[in-house]
Design a protein around this ligand. Structure first.
Ligand SMILES: *[C@@H]1O[C@H](CO)[C@@H](O)[C@H](O)[C@H]1NC(C)=O
Ligand SMILES: *[C@@H]1O[C@H](CO)[C@@H](O)[C@H](O)[C@H]1NC(C)=O
Ligand SMILES: *[C@@H]1O[C@H](CO)[C@@H](O)[C@H](O)[C@H]1NC(C)=O
Ligand SMILES: *[C@@H]1O[C@H](CO)[C@@H](O)[C@H](O)[C@H]1NC(C)=O
Length: 436
C-alpha cells in the first residue's frame, strides 16, 4: 500500500484496524512495548486525533508498577477511555523491595475501580500489603479477577478483597494467594481457580472444602492444587468441571486417588481432570464399586495426567480389574495422558469394557521416552479378542505410528477405529505448565 492510500483510510476503518491489532496482542503475557494505539497515532496528525478521540481504543490498560511514568500513562488511559469499562493489567516488572510502595502505586486504579471489568495483577510481594487498597472498595463492574503472585510463602493468609461489593464478579483465578471468605459476592461466583499449594484452614477453623461449599454454592468450574486430603469435603451441586492437581508426586498409597474422589460430592460433575496420578491408584479406583460419600452419576469425561513419576514397578496386587458395577455409569471419554504402566491400564480397561457401558473414546498418550511396544500389544490383543464393541481410540503420534507399522491390511481387517490425538498433547503440556 502506498503511503497516500494509508493516509486516506476512512476514520472508522482506521479505528477497526487499531482495535484488531489490540485483539491480536491481548493474549500475550509479556508487557506490550508497542501498543497499536500508540504506533498508529504517531503516523500523522489526523490519525492521532481520530485515535485519541476513540474511547474504545483506550480500554486495555497495561501498567508497569515499577515504571517512572506510571501515573502519566494511567491518567492518559483513564482520561481517553472516558466512561467505557476497562480491562486492566498491573505488573511488577522488577521486584520492588518495599511492598508499601507497590501498594501505593497500585492504588492508582482505585478511583476508577467501578469501571474495571477485568483485572489482572502480577506480583512478587506480600499480597496482604500490596492488595490492601482493594480491600474495602466496590468493584461494581468487575467480572474477572486474576492474581498471580510469584512468591508462594504468603499463601497461608487469604486476602480480603472488595468488601463493599463486586456484584458482577464470576471468575477468580489466583496463584500465590487465596481469597478471604466470607464476602458478599462469593455466592454468585461460577469459576474459581486456586493454584497454590493449599494447606488451608479458615479463621473459624473450617476446611477449604467446607468454606468453599458454604460460600460459593454456584460454582460450575473449580481448579485446585492439592497437597493432600486435609482440605476436607466439597459439596457443590452445580459443579460441572473439576481440575485437581496433586502436588505430591510421590503419594503412592494405593487408595490415595480413591480418597480424593471421595472428597467431592458433585452430582452434576461432567468433566474431571486429575493431574499427578499413578497407574496402580487408577486400577484400584476402577476396581471399586462404591465410594462412601460421593457418586458421579453425570460424569462423561475423565482424564488422568501424570507429571513426574517415581514408579518403577506396578504392584502385583492391583491386577486385574475384576469388579462391577462401575462408579461412572455415563463415562463416554477416558483419557490416559503420560500415565506410568500404560499397557497395564489399557489391558485393564479393555478387558473390563462391560463395566463401561457407554465408553466411546479412549485417548492414549504414552509417557515421553517410554517404549510404546507394550501398549501396542495390549491394544492389539484387545482388538483381536473381539468379544465386545471397542471404543474409538485417539492415539498420540508415536503410538499411532507404531500401530500403523503393523501390517496395514491387518489393521483394516481388525476394524480398529483410530484417529490422531492431535493438539491434545499441547493441551496437556499446558496443564503441566500450569500445574507446576
Ligand atoms: C482529559 O484531558 C483533557 C485534556 O488534557 C482535559 O481537558 C480533561 O479535563 C481531562 N478529563 C478528565 C476526566 O480528566
Ligand atoms: C516503605 O515505604 C513507606 C512509604 O513510602 C515508608 O514509610 C516505609 O518506611 C518504607 N519501609 C521500608 C522498610 O523501607
Ligand atoms: C456498589 O455499587 C453498586 C453499583 O453502583 C451499588 O448498586 C451497590 O449498592 C454498591 N454497594 C455498596 C455496598 O455501596
Ligand atoms: C477388585 O475387587 C475385587 C472384588 O471387590 C477384589 O476381590 C479384588 O481384590 C480387587 N482388586 C483390586 C486390584 O483391588
Amino acid at each position: 500500500m502506498s503511503s497516500a492510500k494509508i493516509l486516506s483510510l476512512p476514520n472508522e476503518l482506521l479505528i477497526d484496524i487499531v482495535a484488531a491489532g489490540q485483539e491480536l496482542e491481548e493474549g500475550s503475557a509479556a508487557v506490550q512495548q508497542l501498543r497499536p494505539e500508540w504506533t498508529w497515532s504517531q503516523v500523522c496528525r489526523r490519525f492521532r486525533d481520530v485515535i485519541v478521540g476513540a474511547p474504545g481504543l483506550w480500554t486495555l490498560i497495561d501498567l508497569d508498577l515499577h515504571s517512572d511514568t506510571l501515573a502519566e500513562i494511567a491518567d492518559l488511559y483513564f482520561n481517553r477511555s472516558q466512561a467505557c469499562t476497562l480491562c486492566a493489567t498491573l505488573r511488577e516488572s522488577k521486584d520492588i523491595d518495599n511492598d508499601s510502595i507497590v501498594a501505593e502505586r497500585l492504588s492508582i486504579i482505585v478511583p476508577h475501580i467501578h469501571r474495571i471489568r477485568q483485572l489482572r495483577v502480577f506480583l512478587s510481594a506480600d499480597p496482604q500489603i500490596v492488595l490492601a487498597p482493594l480491600r474495602h472498595v466496590n468493584a461494581s463492574n468487575l467480572e474477572r479477577l486474576e492474581i498471580r503472585n510469584t512468591i508462594d510463602e504468603f499463601d497461608a493468609n487469604p486476602v480480603e478483597l472488595f468488601s463493599a461489593g463486586a456484584q458482577m464478579l464470576r471468575f477468580i483465578s489466583m496463584r500465590g494467594t487465596t481469597p478471604h471468605f466470607p464476602v458478599p459476592w462469593a455466592a454468585a461466583l461460577t469459576h474459581l481457580e486456586l493454584r497454590t499449594d493449599l494447606e488451608w484452614t479458615s479463621a473459624e477453623g473450617s476446611s477449604l472444602g467446607v468454606t468453599i461449599s458454604t460460600h460459593c454454592p454456584s460454582l460450575a468450574h473449580l481448579s485446585l492444587k492439592m497437597v493432600d486430603i486435609s482440605l476436607g469435603r466439597f459439596h457443590l451441586p452445580c459443579l460441572r468441571i473439576l481440575h485437581i492437581s496433586l502436588s505430591d508426586p510421590v503419594a503412592l498409597d494405593h487408595y490415595h486417588l480413591l480418597a480424593i474422589f471421595d472428597l467431592f460430592d458433585a452430582p452434576a460433575l461432567a468433566e474431571f481432570t486429575i493431574i499427578g496420578t499413578h497407574a496402580h491408584q487408577i486400577l484400584v479406583l476402577f476396581n471399586s464399586t462404591t465410594l462412601p460419600h460421593s457418586s458421579f452419576p453425570a460424569l462423561t469425561s475423565l482424564t488422568f495426567v501424570n507429571v513426574r513419576c517415581g514408579c518403577d514397578k506396578i504392584p502385583d496386587d492391583v491386577l486385574p480389574i475384576t469388579s462391577a458395577p462401575p462408579l461412572f455409569p455415563l463415562l463416554s471419554s477416558l483419557s490416559l495422558i503420560r500415565q506410568c504402566f500404560m499397557s497395564h491400564l489399557v489391558a485393564g480397561v479393555l478387558s473390563s469394557l462391560h463395566i463401561w457401558p457407554v465408553l466411546k473414546t479412549l485417548t492414549l498418550c504414552p509417557p515421553a521416552g517410554e517404549p510404546v511396544e507394550d501398549v501396542c500389544d495390549a491394544l492389539w490383543n484387545a482388538c483381536h479378542s473381539k468379544s465386545q464393541v471397542l471404543p474409538k481410540f485417539r492415539l498420540f503420534a508415536s503410538l499411532l505410528a507404531r500401530i500403523k507399522d503393523r501390517d496395514d491390511e491387518e489393521v483394516e481387517k481388525s476394524g480398529i477405529d483410530m484417529e490422531l490425538g492431535e493438539g491434545e498433547e499441547n493441551r496437556y503440556s499446558w496443564y503441566r505448565f500450569r500445574s507446576m
